[in-house]
Design a protein around this ligand. Structure first.
Ligand code: BG6
Length: 489
């Protein structure tokens, strides 16, 4: 579907997200021919800069995040000509005139405000846009994560933003939902009959969801210190992945059909108790170590770090979903920075065979396992038992691999490219509704409070490892291992 002409305003336009993700994603779509000729990208920042100075910054900071293979100087220059820069104080409506001046006033032009700012500014900016007559019926607003710091602040933001925009105008972004592999998981579950009858407690023993990063906090210490892994990754990305794995088949892919089903999953998550808070949650913080053979400092020694910081850079949780489909199936979720590898994957492990008819004992059969890989490349792996060739009957595990890049040979689309296109087309399915967001906060809230009360330190783990030993015990107690720990060296 072709895009109609648009004015896209990026609040926080000179910031990290804009330079690393949003501008490169828009460039990629321009190169693919998706952007209408007169579409404008208006970057908003605090500092007074000329358009030329801002483009220089874009050249310095955003260009390096564009895949070299797809970079084309002529397209880049044409793309940069779309970018305008507006300086204003987002919290003060009286400074908004330059924005009024640059926006085109026509109902035929889609107007999007993308708030890539701290969440404390969301409500203020929406009110200011309204005060300046910039929030019309056709306007869309995109809210970047983190949406609040806890349930109360998330509710407050939702409530205030809803005074200016209707729910159908609000796009709460979680870029994990835009990843190709997540779309593929939907295709796998609801485009095939094979898995659906097995996708339940009778056949699935457990599910693991891992997002592991080799990177540390980099230059985002200011933000990260107020966040930590639970707020930064678990409350949003991991829970959204869990929803896609666990939800019932939606009636269709319309926004509310999908979001209703995701909401049911979030509301069915077993609430934490004092006992499960102590037993089923692991919090860690990286110490110095080696990642890919390179020595890296401890979190507390990073640039601008608080040397006594107790912010967690790792969290692992055992979750349970109280529904007929999932009762008794543990969902193990973990995420961390400075881990042994850079990967994101969902591992669905099926039950063991009930009985071996072969000479091999039942316990020597590896349970079937479906691995949905999101990163570094996207793919699917199905582990089966097969006979080894030759005389006799010996079974061993084999892998069926589907590498999407290899199979489709089509250019990949970054999550932000897909989601920006969806915003510009007015498609809400891959964005979170307010009740979903609040249900996710509601589930993690007791963990936040527990950590505050306890005042205990996160467990240390060496950079370049899979996190604190307690993470292995969390799953080990149930007689299981994280997939990477179970793989042969
Ligand atoms: C962001 C987090 O939402 O996701 C970052 O704020 C994290 O801390 C990033 O590094 C991970 O995203 P991806 O797509 O690189 O796995």
């Amino acid at each position: 579907m072709a895009l109609t002409d648009f004015d896209l305003v990026l609040f926080g336009g000179g910031g990290d997200l804009s330079m690393r993700k949003l501008i490169p994603a828009l460039y990629a779509r321009d190169r693919a021919g998706d952007l209408p000729a007169t579409a404008q990208i208006i970057c908003v920042g605090r500092n007074a800069r000329t358009a030329a100075e801002f483009i220089e910054t874009v050249n310095e900071n955003a260009k390096s995040h564009i895949n070299e293979k797809t970079f084309n100087q002529a397209v880049w220059e044409k793309f940069c000509a779309r970018i305008k820069y507006v300086a204003l104080d987002a919290s003060d409506a009286s400074t908004y005139q330059p924005l009024n001046d640059v926006l085109r006033d026509s109902s035929a032009i889609t107007r999007v405000f993308y708030l890539a700012t701290p969440p404390t500014l969301f409500a203020k900016i929406c009110h200011n846009l309204s005060a300046r007559g910039l929030a019309t019926e056709q306007t869309r607003v995109v809210l970047e994560k983190p949406l609040g710091r806890d349930l109360a602040s998330a509710k407050q933001i939702n409530q205030e933003v809803s005074q200016v925009f209707k729910e159908s105008q609000i796009y709460r972004i979680d870029h994990y939902l835009g990843k190709e592999a997540v779309q593929n998981l939907l295709a796998l579950r609801f485009g095939n009959v094979l898995f659906e009858p097995l996708w339940r407690r009778e056949w699935i023993s457990d599910v693991q969801i891992t997002i592991a990063e080799e990177l540390g906090v980099g230059n985002r210490m200011g933000y990260y210190e107020t966040s930590g892994a639970l707020r930064d990754m678990m409350q949003n990305h991991l829970l959204q992945l869990l929803c896609i794995v666990a939800m019932e088949p939606p009636l269709s892919v319309t926004p509310d059909a999908v979001r209703d089903e995701k909401l049911k999953v979030l509301r069915s998550l077993k609430p934490f108790t004092q006992n499960t808070l102590a037993k089923n949650v692991v919090r860690g913080q990286y110490r110095a170590g080696h990642v890919d053979g390179v020595a890296v400092p401890a979190y507390r020694q990073e640039k601008n770090a608080d040397p006594d910081s107790n912010t967690e850079t790792f969290v692992a949780v055992k979750a349970e979903i109280d529904t007929w489909r999932w009762a008794g199936v543990p969902f193990y979720l973990r995420t961390g920075k400075r881990m042994a590898d850079q990967l994101a994957e969902i591992v669905v492990r099926f039950k063991s065979i009930p009985h071996s008819i072969f000479a091999q004992s039942t316990s020597s059969f590896q349970p079937n396992c479906l691995v949905i890989r999101l990163q570094p490349d996207d793919g699917l792996q199905l582990n089966l038992m097969a006979k080894t060739p030759g005389d006799g009957m010996r079974l061993k595990p084999v892998e069926l691999e589907l590498d999407f890049a290899e199979t489709f040979k089509a250019p990949r689309m970054d999550a932000y490219e897909r989601l920006l296109l969806d915003v510009l087309r007015g498609q809400l399915t891959l964005f979170m509704r307010s009740d979903e967001l609040e249900a996710a906060w509601e589930w993690v809230e007791p963990v936040l409070r527990y950590w505050e009360q306890e005042g205990n330190e996160p467990l240390p783990y060496a950079s370049g490892t899979w996190g604190p030993a307690a993470s292995s015990s969390l799953i080990g107690r149930d007689g299981l291992q994280w997939r990477e720990e179970a793989l042969p060296e």
